[in-house]
Design a protein around this ligand. Structure first.
Ligand SMILES: [Zn+2]
Ligand SMILES: [Zn+2]
Length: 228
């Protein structure tokens, strides 16, 4: 359970440290690391979020890929301070980054298109959940849901444990996550699906398919980082 007043109390006794570089800082990110965030700027693919030379509805990288989601957006590249912030949350349990750093940047990239019926996190299998103690995507989804005043729904679950995707090819990733998720209840309307990193889109796409099967009319993916 996340208790904001405990964070506030902790700040009185322990000076804050920058989530990315661990130097003393008056906020969760120091000025230097904030300025160094690897923002994705300029035109990007409307469908998969990849930076492109010109504004486009589909890019060379995703033209031949089937995705369950309509669009995928991310404010940052998965490198440098962006990667550090993800690691701070995921591996060091620095939870305040979700609401202080991640959610504002993620909502920013939605560009005012914030009309969703629910925000849904990519679920974590219970064995990983036991090890980590929390689902980083759920914390991020909660912060995003707050920011856009939309209900959070956590009724999707991971029914099968999947392999770590780092070493897998795009095709292997697709097979790895196939049938891995299930929605415990019917879903309706437009869903905003939240995860930390978009790589090939295999996981987000499989989750989107699951939500469509459960009754969603469309799914849009939003992650904090994306590989480029
Ligand atoms: Zn820093
Ligand atoms: Zn694309």
């Amino acid at each position: 359970m996340h208790e904001p007043y405990l964070d506030a109390l902790a700040d009185l006794f322990y000076p804050r440290r920058c989530a990315a570089c661990d130097r003393r800082s008056s906020d969760v990110l120091c000025r230097i690391c904030f300025d160094a965030l690897p923002r994705i700027e300029g035109p990007r693919c409307e469908r998969c979020g990849l930076p492109t030379a010109f504004e486009t509805y589909v890019c060379d990288a995703c033209a031949n890929v089937d995705f369950g989601f309509e669009t995928a957006k991310a404010p940052l590249k998965y490198e440098g301070t962006g990667k550090e912030v993800v690691h701070a949350l995921k591996y060091r349990g620095y939870r305040t980054v979700a609401e202080r750093v991640m959610a504002p940047l993620m909502v920013g990239v939605l560009d005012g298109e914030i009309h969703f019926d629910a925000v849904v996190p990519v679920p974590l299998h219970r064995s990983r959940m036991r090890r980590r103690g929390f689902n980083q995507a759920a914390l991020m989804a909660g912060a995003v849901a707050n920011e856009i005043n939309t209900p959070l729904s956590d009724r999707m679950e991971a029914v099968r444990k999947t392999r770590d995707q780092v070493e897998l090819t795009a095709q292997e990733r697709k097979t790895n996550v196939s049938g891995a998720f299930r929605s415990r209840e019917p879903v309706h309307g437009r869903i905003l699906l939240v995860d930390d990193v978009f790589t090939t889109g295999a996981t987000t796409s499989e989750c989107a398919e699951t939500l469509l099967h459960a009754g969603a009319s469309e799914v849009h993916a939003l992650t904090f980082c994306r590989t480029v």
